[in-house]
Design a protein around this ligand. Structure first.
Ligand code: GDG
Length: 746
């Protein structure tokens, strides 16, 4: 899809905890200041440029908290002001709510846990309830604003329940979610009470696209989906509640041009020179972070201390410019950390410094972009060593600001950015030794090597900038919404069903073809448990009693099973995916004659997997063997199924057998045993005015594909399919059969 040819169809509604500006009210006077942090700086940059673009979403609206507890009396004024100019819609939250929501569940539960600090994680039901309530409040605000065609893009860990809530209120709008922090490995995520963990995962699955910074986070999330909902994914696509959801990595970038161009400004060059001159002959190591324990500031300082201890030759010749930006004031942990940093700086300066030289210059404040840019330009080395970081934009900003092809980046392997910047000196932030050594290596790195590394990194940061990130995410969202729309169009809704029934009533000869498991009966834990109930048998009897109907059951089940349950009905039966067939009133005939020499070769391998995977079992049929793993631990089963499939595929090369993957089952069967061919065989003696075929599984796709285009093919369970209609679940098919029966009864 090209950006310039698409029509403007709706608005982009951004939802994040903070609005890009913070509102202050003092004595009835309102002032606006910028909000700090990675999310706001990245998104703000993206939106700034987007406004000038001719993209398909005409305008944007930003919904979020205005940064302070605004008195009720002032709220109308603030709302009006923010709506008019910057296109923002404030959600007012009291200090008390923010305490439990933002400072509480967000920053005492999710933030520490997702950054692998389980010992700092607080689990409090009250905070969870407020988290739910605030998500609900945002849902109400967005639902009131949203119009058809609007695209909703939700940001970050504050709103993981919101996508599912919004899906209910505005099912037809595209909803995207992007997580700016890591999604942890399941062993960490499962520390959350199961109810919370499942709600968060299901909340996120309300989106059309769920985006993360790296493929590791994607993998972790997909594991959580599997473990908590039982849903597998197909190359990052999850089918959930009748919708396809794309889960993918969209590494966030920076506004490269802004940082690069700012660094090129004569004013910034002069300022950078001034800083360098002040540092007389000293090399500068830059450290910039929000005050946060995830950023590893204290460990970084200790590593610097070790470096000074081990390399006295650098005394007087190196300085660390330590910029710490105030953040989350009000959370105790952050105050403690500030104290710890103050003490460490004091200790290191006291231990190594003298009258003319302090090894650390420490600033605890927020700087403007230009001042920050001068620091990026003036520094020789950037020391970015978070203990865990979703991405880390500071690393990318430093790279973009290096206009002279020099400078060295030391980067923690725990930052998402490390995946994209392998030319940095990559360190483990838990190792003082590695960090101290890297500092030395950076300070002595020859200019040629510096240039080579920085150029490679800069190319990357330039190419995958924040605009590309936003564009890729929104295009993924729009493409997926289009795919989900196609699926929605196939749903056999009441109107379409009424048409179908009307047409059925008017038709003289009808072929009705049904798969068995998952179609006529619900899927059960074991095949033995899925037997037809009295009601289904009555329905089938009624349908078969009507002379105009030829009813066929096409199943993967062995013929003995079908014979036992349906042998006395006026039905055509197809067993083992077409290996056997019994025409109405006829006898069982074999259609496929597989070479059963394969069985002894395959059986030991399958039995070995039964041994390895608890609760898995074999179902042996005449022309096939199925390995079922529905009852087993989902994740181990998934892994072993792939392994077994690989082994079987190799073993069966150049035989007339094949291995097929079904719903929690792998089946080895004769290639010729195919429901498509069998179904055509059942039709060959009839001239039908209507063919209706329903199935729920991939094996049924074979019949959907071979039936004439005029056939009413129905897939039970919403999936991408060759069928022309979809039904949400098996009960809906029974309802359809009832309607067909009633149509004949008049
Ligand atoms: C979260 C994730 C992810 C810092 N000091 C000043 C200042 N900053 C700006 C930097 C940078 C941003 O703040 C910090 O971004 P980070 O990415 O480093 O970290 P978080 O705030 O924790 O961001 C993070 C990010 O979201 C985006 O998805 O990368 O992993 O934790 O842009 O420049 N800006 C100004 N003055 C300062 O003093 N103007």
């Amino acid at each position: 899809m090209s950006e310039t040819t698409t029509k403007k169809t709706g608005r982009l509604i951004i939802v994040s905890n903070r609005l890009p500006m913070t509102v202050n009210m003092e004595e009835g006077k309102m002032t606006l200041g910028p909000s700090a942090g990675g999310l706001v700086s990245a998104l703000g940059a993206y939106l700034e440029r987007r406004q000038q673009d001719d993209t398909e979403l005409a305008e944007y609206l930003w919904v979020g908290w205005p940064g302070n507890d605004i008195a009720e009396a002032d709220q109308p004024l603030v709302r009006q002001h923010l709506r008019d100019e910057p296109g923002c819609d404030p959600v007012f939250l009291t200090a008390e709510v923010m305490d439990k929501f933002y400072l509480g569940f967000c920053n005492k539960t999710v933030w520490p846990l997702f950054h692998y600090f389980p010992t700092l994680t607080v689990y409090e039901e009250e905070m969870w309830k407020v988290y739910e309530a605030v998500n609900r409040q945002f849902c109400r605000v967005v639902a009131e604003l949203v119009q058809p065609g609007d695209v909703i893009w939700i940001h970050d860990y504050h709103f993981m329940l919101l996508p599912a809530m919004l899906r209910e209120c505005c099912p037809d709008n595209s909803i995207g979610f992007f997580l700016h922090i890591p999604f942890p490995a399941y062993e960490i995520f499962r520390l959350l009470p199961r109810k919370w963990a499942a709600s968060l995962v299901e909340g996120l699955l309300g989106s059309d696209v769920v985006g993360f910074h790296t493929v590791d986070y994607v993998r972790h999330f997909l594991t959580a989906v599997l473990r908590l909902t039982g849903h597998q994914h197909q190359i990052g696509r999850v089918m959930f509640q009748g919708r396809e959801i794309r889960v993918d990595a969209f590494p966030i970038g920076i506004d490269f041009e802004k940082y690069h161009e700012t660094a090129c400004l004569p004013k910034i060059r002069r300022e950078a020179d001034l800083i360098r001159r002040k540092l007389v002959q000293q090399k500068a190591i830059l450290s910039v972070d929000r005050l946060d324990y995830t950023k590893g500031i204290a460990k970084r300082l200790r590593a610097y201390e070790l470096f000074l201890e081990r390399h006295p030759e650098w005394h007087q010749e190196v300085i660390m410019l330590l910029l710490v930006v105030p953040s989350r004031i009000g959370v105790d942990r952050y105050q403690d950390m500030r104290r710890e940093i103050d003490e460490l700086v004091g200790r290191i300066n006291g231990r190594f410094g003298d009258i003319g030289w302090a090894p650390i210059a420490y600033l605890y404040k927020n700087l403007g972009l230009q001042a920050l840019s001068s620091l990026y330009s003036a520094a020789d080395v950037a020391l970015v060593t978070p203990l865990r970081d979703g991405m880390n934009l500071v690393a990318k900003e430093f790279v973009a600001s290096r206009t002279q092809d020099d400078g060295v980046l030391i980067l923690s392997e725990m930052a998402g950015a490390a995946r994209e910047l392998p030319e940095a000196l990559i360190i483990n932030p838990n190792s003082r030794e590695e960090m101290a050594e890297a500092i030395h290596q950076a300070l002595v790195m020859p200019p040629g090597e510096q240039a080579e590394r920085i150029r490679a990194m800069r190319d990357n940061v330039q190419r995958y900038d924040v605009h590309r990130w936003g564009w890729l995410f929104l295009h993924a969202l729009q493409n997926l919404s289009a795919a989900n729309q196609l699926t929605a169009d196939k749903m056999l809704n009441e109107e379409k069903m009424a048409n179908l029934v009307r047409q059925f009533a008017l038709t003289n000869r009808r072929a009705l073809i049904f798969d068995y498991d998952g179609t006529l009966v619900p899927l059960a834990r074991t095949p033995e448990q899925a037997i037809p109930g009295e009601y289904l048998l009555r329905l089938l009897r009624a349908l078969t009693a009507e002379q105009r109907n030829d009813v066929t059951i096409v199943s993967g089940r062995p013929r003995e099973f079908l014979q036992q349950h349906f042998g006395d009905l006026r039905l055509t039966l197809v067993a083992e995916h077409g290996a056997w067939m019994k025409r109405r009133g006829g006898i069982w005939r074999k259609r496929v004659f597989p070479d059963n020499a394969w069985k002894p070769r395959i059986l030991p391998l399958l039995e070995y997997y039964v041994e390895r995977l608890p609760a898995s079992f074999l179902e042996e049929k005449e022309c096939s063997i199925a390995w079922h793993y529905r009852l087993s631990d989902a994740e181990s089963a998934e892994f072993m199924a792939q392994e077994l499939k690989f082994e079987l595929t190799n073993l069966l090369l150049q035989t007339n057998m094949e291995v097929l993957e079904g719903n929690k089952v792998l089946e080895v069967r004769a290639k010729a045993a195919n429901k498509g061919a069998a179904v055509l065989a059942t039709l060959d003696d009839g001239n039908y005015g209507m063919i209706l075929a329903a199935g729920d599984d991939w094996t049924d796709e074979d019949m959907f594909q071979v039936l004439p285009a005029t056939a009413m093919t129905i897939r039970v369970g919403v999936r991408p399919t060759a069928a022309n209609y979809l039904l949400a679940d098996q009960q809906d098919l029974i309802a359809l059969l009832e309607k067909l029966m009633m149509a004949d009864l008049g």
